[in-house]
Design a protein around this ligand. Sequence first.
Ligand code: UT7
Length: 315
Amino acid sequence: MGSGSALPDRVVTNAELAQTIDTSDEWIVERTGIRQRHIAGEDETTSTLAIAAARAAIADAGIEAESIGLIILATATPDNTFPATATKVQDALGCNGCVAFDVHAVCSGFLYALATADSLLRTGMAKRALVIGAETFSRILDWEDRTTCVLFGDGAGAVVLEAANGGNDGAGILASRLHADGAQHDLLYVDGGPSTTQTVGHLRMKGREVFRHAVVNLASVLNEVLEDAGVSAGDIDWVVPHQANQRILDATAKKLGIPAEKVIVTVDRHANTSAASVPLAFDTARRDGRIKPGDLVMFEAMGGGFTWGASLVRV
Ligand code: UT7
């Protein structure tokens, strides 16, 4: 397995946001744990961030880009309505001809992409997969809505997966579970799109209600995955959660009885980067030496749709 990530150059602090909207560093830190976020500049897009993260993951895995047979990119903020941003990444990497497509499950996108890649590798569709989460949520935020614009940031993360063929020392995806509930559409959505308004639209969220659902849904899907894999919460070395809110991370860990020291936290620096948040946090913790080969790592996320899911991975 290899991993990589990329963040826009520009860092925007809470204090900077407080200059243009009615908010404060104190409110944002207390309610969310967020201290800063990276925001894409004019020359940065979802694909440029995805390509940088992918190159870093390929270098980390020590492979040639041409050997990749499958690219799945999770995003809700593609460069264009079509074609898939995955095809732009493919062309930049020079692995033209392989399978390449986007998945759209908002903040759970990386979990959906990972489980899909795992399934396709198991069928023999490809031997090596590049799974990316990449977003530029800054482009769909209503910068006058203080209840949402302070929560999100831009970035990308990527992992390289390989079909096991028995020679992987037990490494790989041990179990995954995905869910969706379209009845919750109005709690978190974008108020525009090609087939409705012919505009990109802006993110709208009823935060308090999303929060309530997140803690319940995440605890339940984590238990499902633990049961599928036949392991207990105490066996997990690291939890790499979707980075939406420090309070959700704390509440979910508490519900499962997982100590806070085992939860990877990047929400303070990256804010909520939607589909990019899990692979960004994973890469951060691998590169700083916390997550090591052989560790048992739980990924989890919940987002618009609603969608939610979890995967247990032996690194
Ligand atoms: O990635 C997808 C999943 N998304 C999430 O998981 C987000 C889940 N939700 C949350 O993280 C939290 O609900 C929020 C951080 C969005 C909000 O925190 P909260 O503790 O639920 O606050 P609230 O929405 O109940 O708002 C409390 C107060 C309100 O004022 P009143 O009505 O009590 O007078 C808001 O108007 O805080 C006010 N407020 C703000 N004040 C300063 C809302 N946003 C801000 C702000 N700065 N940026």
